[in-house]
Design a protein around this ligand. Structure first.
Ligand SMILES: *Cc1c(COP(=O)(O)O)cnc(C)c1O
Length: 377
């Protein structure tokens, strides 16, 4: 039997058609027809003021850090249980990263502890919607508004997911999505910056286009363009946007399939004693980005990973708490003890979830996990 992989990027079949079309347009650089199709789609879907396609979610987060004017001496609150980019994008602007713990019921940031992390130097809070399940955004926005802080959503995993009926990515001042091959829709490497504050749109376009006012020039608002601000080259080539467009066209089908597989896992595992399954708060939706379980110890998780491997199933753990990372320790950002972040580091396990996974495979994985727990004292 072949091993069931953890992830397998799915191609809709239209990618190469759209890539050929984009090449025939005779302009392969960015900000062309397919880029506009993708950006317009997300502006409508989200109801966002402006969306800009980027080469990664990391890039989009770097743009957020620049737009928020983060500089040395500023403190930025980031959950410890997240991907490196969430913190890196702000650290490279010179910020001091202040790590927050996760909640006991969910890897998302524990909003009850936010207030205690705020100092006169705090500039921004960067929540991530883990597994595409919303953070308690009202609680975050309430604290942020009271202290006049930026809220930047790391919505990398949060496509097609909602908080109290509002799309994730539209609740903060800014947000960043990812189209990396491990995400629900993908183009290999890609991302999206969402701008929800009208005042930031012009500057975002400049940062995106290497610090120039090229976007205004193309709209005919100025008669020449030049260097006006900081920035970088954040826009992907047209053929990357063409690839993404093929995936966007199938987003409903992809989501339907992933949600059905997620539900099948949930039903198949829900009565195993002592095993914690994903918790979806009443204010949040589930976009089936990931199906994970929380074991009761590192020892149990290590044994389960090995058992699944023996049975040809590739399951993987996730983040290593950033507050214990070598980079954070070097910078003396590791002072806090964050028991929940450490618990998810040691005990959380992600099961295979991808478009081509079959219901039979999900049943087999559930059966194997059940057998593992039955054989343990
Ligand atoms: C995937 C991911 C990223 C990075 O996305 P890229 O597009 O690879 O830069 C950042 N944050 C979170 C929470 C992610 O899951």
């Amino acid at each position: 039997m072949e091993t069931i992989p953890f992830n397998k990027p799915w191609l809709t079949g239209k990618e190469s058609d759209y890539i050929s079309q984009s090449l025939q347009l005779g302009k392969t650089c960015g900000n062309g027809k397919f880029t506009h199709l993708c950006e317009d789609f997300f502006e409508k879907k989200l109801g966002a003021r402006k969306c800009l396609l980027t080469t990664s979610c990391t890039d989009a987060l770097e743009m957020c850090a620049m737009l928020a004017g983060i500089e040395p001496g500023d403190e930025v609150i980031v959950p410890s249980y997240t991907f490196v980019s969430t913190a890196l994008a702000f650290a490279r602007q010179g910020a001091t990263i202040v790590f927050a713990d996760s909640s006991t019921t969910h890897p998302d940031i524990d909003t009850q502890q936010l207030e205690a992390l705020i100092t006169p130097h705090t500039k921004a809070i960067v929540p991530i919607h883990y597994a595409g399940v919303a953070c308690d955004m009202d609680a975050i926005l309430e604290v942020a508004n009271r202290h006049n802080l930026w809220v930047i959503e790391d919505a990398a995993q949060a496509i097609d997911s909602f908080y109290k009926g509002r799309p994730l990515g539209t609740l903060g001042h800014l947000a960043a999505f990812s189209f990396h091959e491990t995400k629900n829709i993908q183009c290999g490497e890609g991302g999206l910056l969402v701008i929800n504050d009208e005042k930031l749109v012009k500057r975002a376009e400049v940062l995106w286009e290497k610090g120039t006012n090229r976007a205004e020039f193309f709209r005919g608002e100025v008669n020449k363009y030049g260097w006006v601000d900081t920035g970088s080259s954040f826009l992907p080539a047209e053929y990357v946007a063409a690839f993404l467009w093929a995936q966007i066209e199938e987003i409903e089908q992809i989501q339907q399939k992933r949600k059905a597989l997620w539900e099948r896992y949930n039903n198949g595992l829900k009565d195993i004693k002592g095993l914690l399954l994903p918790f979806i708060p009443a204010y949040a939706t589930n976009n089936a980005h990931a199906f994970y379980i929380v074991c009761s110890s590192l020892e149990e998780r290590t044994a389960l990973i090995a058992y699944l491997k023996e049975n040809n199933i590739h399951a993987v753990f996730h983040y290593l708490s950033l507050h214990k990372s070598p980079y954070a320790v070097q910078r003396n950002w590791d002072k806090a003890s964050l028991p929940q972040a450490d618990r998810y580091t040691d005990c959380l396990l992600r099961l295979p979830l991808f478009y081509e996974l079959t219901t039979e495979e999900v049943d087999y994985i559930c059966h194997t996990i059940r057998t593992f727990y039955h054989s343990r004292p």
